[in-house]
Design a protein around this ligand. Structure first.
Ligand code: AMP
Ligand code: MG
Length: 413
């Protein structure tokens, strides 16, 4: 029998080999403008107080808190950023706007709505106590505080905080660069004219989009025909210019499927088959120190393998602590036939009915039918068993449309 030389391994074993072979990319300084989504590789400490001076939190009058006088002499006007030096004592007030530095002597602000203007005097309609409507120096962040911990992924508020602290650059794990290569004599670029037996290369653009959607940097290397020498050159080019190489096609048992033998010749193959459907021929290797995933050619197989293995592997390279999509339990809305011998990842939409979450599969689950992924909310993880699953049975649903780690978001819905 013509059998693959690669043993069929379990998903957990495949992931263990991937995780063992990878570690986060060496940290680099990136400008704040370029750091969105990257993971911090340093603890960020405030080197100054925020705000740097006691500031008014309202438009009003700066006064001495507890001053018994109700009518005060207005000694000046302070705008945000004016930097003017004023002194206020009892019996006096300074007109002040939000964000302006409090004048010396003053320790409270009365909002303009609680005053009455009398030319160069102002009448207070309510008493004012010390500290009222003042943001003391260091209220938002005190000098020496650790504000952002290493390992945190940078979003808009983290980048804003770094900017407020005066940082121009930040030490992060860089975004992995991912080279993408389609293999197949039958493939032409999407804009070309289809000759006999030809199909359009959809995997290149789909994988490019998947890499980008995951927050990483794709590099498309185009299409390589099933010619061993050409493929060898393309693999070497890919690993020379990227932190990971993805190939699609050429990993099955066809006599022009050269990806696995070439990866074995050029480097180390960690595994060559996984017990999943789709995605059984998924291959993982290292060539010249760079991880390579040999993805299956069928469009659904390559994207589902990307979701299950490549995306978490890229997140590991990027230094993320949360590698996996959130999961929920869903009830099958109908009977589902599934693979008896491999974990089957069926595409489904989810909807709420009677306070429960129900999963409906997206029609034919053929590995070539990209439409089965279109609009899918989840991959249902269906464990191997000989029986058809019955409507109402509970299954794990991996939420492929949500970012990591906030399962509560959908429970609240
Ligand atoms: P292979 O794994 O190379 O035998 O390919 C399996 C199936 O996927 C074949 O029907 C191929 O034509 C198809 N296929 C391979 N690569 C691509 C691609 N880049 N875009 C679309 N379909 C592909
Ligand atoms: Mg092929």
């Amino acid at each position: 029998m013509n059998e693959s030389p690669y043993p069929l391994i379990a998903i957990q074993e495949a992931w263990r080999r991937i995780a063992d072979a990878l570690s986060p990319l060496a940290p680099r300084r990136l400008s704040l403008d370029d750091a969105l989504g990257c993971v911090l590789a340093e603890d960020v400490t405030a080197e100054e107080d925020l705000p740097p001076f006691p500031a008014s939190a309202m438009d009003g009058y700066a006064v001495v808190g507890g001053d018994p006088a109700r009518t005060l002499r207005v000694v000046g006007e302070l705008h945000a950023g004016s930097g003017e030096q004023l002194v206020v004592t009892t019996g006096q007030a300074a007109r002040i706007m939000t964000g302006a530095s409090l004048p010396r002597g003053a320790d409270a602000v009365i909002p303009v709505e609680q005053t009455e203007s009398l030319g160069d005097q102002v009448r207070l309609l309510t008493p004012v106590s010390a500290g009222q409507h003042v943001r003391p120096a260091g209220q938002d962040a005190a000098r020496g505080d650790v504000l952002l911990d290493r390992g945190l992924a940078l979003g808009a508020p983290e980048i804003g905080l770094l900017a407020a602290l005066g940082r121009l650059e930040v030490l992060v794990h860089p975004r992995p660069r991912v080279a993408i290569l389609a293999t197949g004599d039958e493939l032409i670029p999407p804009g070309g004219h289809l000759g006999p037996g030809q199909i359009r290369d959809s995997n290149s653009l789909a994988l490019t989009a998947a890499v980008r959607a995951a927050g990483f940097s794709p590099i498309s290397l185009g299409i390589v025909p099933d010619v061993k020498e050409r493929l060898r050159d393309a693999i070497l080019e890919g690993v020379a210019n990227a932190d990971m190489l993805l190939t699609s096609g050429g990993v099955s048992m066809g006599n022009r499927d050269y990806v696995k033998p070439l990866l074995a010749e050029l480097g180390t193959v960690h595994f060559g088959r996984v017990a999943t459907k789709p995605g059984k021929p998924l291959t993982f290797a290292h060539v010249k120190g760079v991880p390579v995933f040999g993805l299956p050619g069928f469009p659904v197989s390559s994207l589902v393998s990307f979701e299950n293995f490549v995306r978490p592997a890229l997140r590991l390279l990027a230094g993320h602590r949360r590698l996996w999509r959130p999961e929920v339990t869903a009830l099958l809305a109908h009977d589902v036939a599934h693979a008896p011998d491999r974990t089957d990842f069926q595409r489904a939409t989810l909807h709420r009915r009677d306070g429960r979450l129900w999963a409906t599969t997206t029609g034919s689950q053929s590995s070539s039918r990209l439409k089965s992924l279109v609009g899918a909310d989840a991959l249902l993880r269906l464990l191997p068993s000989p029986e058809t699953l019955k409507a109402g049975e509970a299954v794990d649903a991996i939420l492929i449309g949500l970012p990591e780690g906030r399962e509560e978001v959908i429970h609240a819905g």
